[in-house]
Design a protein around this ligand. Structure first.
Ligand SMILES: Cc1cc2nc3c(=O)[nH]c(=O)nc-3n(C[C@H](O)[C@H](O)[C@H](O)COP(=O)(O)OP(=O)(O)OC[C@H]3O[C@@H](n4cnc5c(N)ncnc54)[C@H](O)[C@@H]3O)c2cc1C
Length: 289
């Protein structure tokens, strides 16, 4: 690996100043993507800014009025070991436990998963389905972007030079809500999803009040399928409604053929995974009621 300089700032201002002072600097959270990519020569930098000691990026705070603040560098194990977070967002705890294995989960963050902007990033469809918003800070100040607008191309996101993802905010779960992310992978763990579907629903008296659906590994970015969720709103929870939403997800997918599966197979999986994830989210919504 090429030599690089390293700094571990203790405050957000210091981190932003370091990013500004070193054009081309790369932030490091868990490093489970960055270091692998640098070693393989796929990413280069002379300066790494380790953001793990910045308090705002380490915040994990849930309250039922304001929802969840998930600091961008919080490692996955902290998410699924946090009782309040696991109760309020069981689907998020599940996805944190799905990324890599135990060793990876000790380092890897959801913020890094999002910033890496892989089409296959497992947490991103769920964050989209849960209505997540990204809080960003940089030399020009702070701004917010919905998670569905954050990734713009494979490996590319909306962050401008010197900007950092500070945290992801999720709204508090509504009564009668449920969410789930399901993926299909060739092996049981440590592989890239052939396709994945993240969904969130709100169900009231057997009727969908709202729903959101997003997909992984079937487009250049994690894909928000707004029309699939909108099609469910106001409809009775039944097989016909779920099939319609699954069909819309299948249509929205723009997959490629590669060694993990053909485009046609991936499109098929989008329908199956969306329907199954919706069934699981509805079951969870009924338990929560
Ligand atoms: C063995 C193994 C198994 C894996 N399994 C999975 C899996 O099952 N599912 C999956 O989705 N991924 C998987 N991954 C990929 C990786 O672990 C995840 O994407 C992880 O969530 C990345 O988080 P991180 O904190 O390590 O990110 P890092 O590697 O630290 O950063 C990732 C990218 O984001 C940038 N970045 C980090 N933090 C910020 C910030 N605050 N602001 C701006 N930019 C930032 C970095 O510069 C880098 O480009 C696996 C990786 C390995 C090595």
């Amino acid at each position: 690996m090429k030599w690089f300089d390293y700094a571990a700032p203790q405050s957000l201002d210091e981190a932003i100043a370091l990013m500004a002072a070193h054009p081309g600097a790369r932030p490091l959270a868990g490093g489970t993507d960055l270091l692998v990519q640098m070693r393989a020569g796929r990413k280069e930098t002379d300066f790494v800014v380790d953001v793990k000691r910045v308090p705002e990026l380490n915040e994990l705070m849930y309250d039922p009025v304001h929802g969840l603040t998930l600091g961008a560098a919080v490692p996955c194990y902290r998410i699924y070991h946090d009782g309040a977070v696991s109760r309020a967002y069981p689907s998020l705890a599940e996805v944190a436990a799905l990324i890599g294995g135990t060793q990876i989960q000790g380092r890897a963050s959801i913020g890094g998963n999002l910033c890496n902007a892989a089409p296959s990033a497992d947490s991103v469809p769920l964050l989209i389905a849960l209505g997540g918003r990204c809080r960003i800070a940089g030399p020009a100040g702070a701004r917010e972007v919905p998670v569905e607008d954050f990734c713009v191309a494979p490996g590319k996101n909306v962050l401008q030079a010197g900007e950092l993802l500070v945290s992801i905010h999720l709204p508090p779960p509504e009564p009668g809500s449920g969410a789930r992310y399901l993926r299909f992978i060739p092996r049981n763990e440590m592989d890239i999803a052939v396709a994945g579907a993240g969904v969130a629903v709100v169900v009231e008296n057997g009727i969908f009040r709202s729903a959101r659906v997003a997909l992984s590994s079937v487009a250049p970015t994690p894909l928000f399928v707004r029309e699939a969720g909108d099609a469910l709103a106001g409809k009775a929870v039944d097989a016909a409604a779920l099939s319609e939403a699954a069909g819309l997800a299948r249509q929205a997918a723009r997959p490629i053929t590669d060694m993990r599966g053909t485009a046609e197979y991936r499109r098929h999986l989008c329908g199956v995974l969306t329907r199954r994830a919706l069934e699981a989210a509805v079951a969870r919504a009924r338990e929560a009621h």
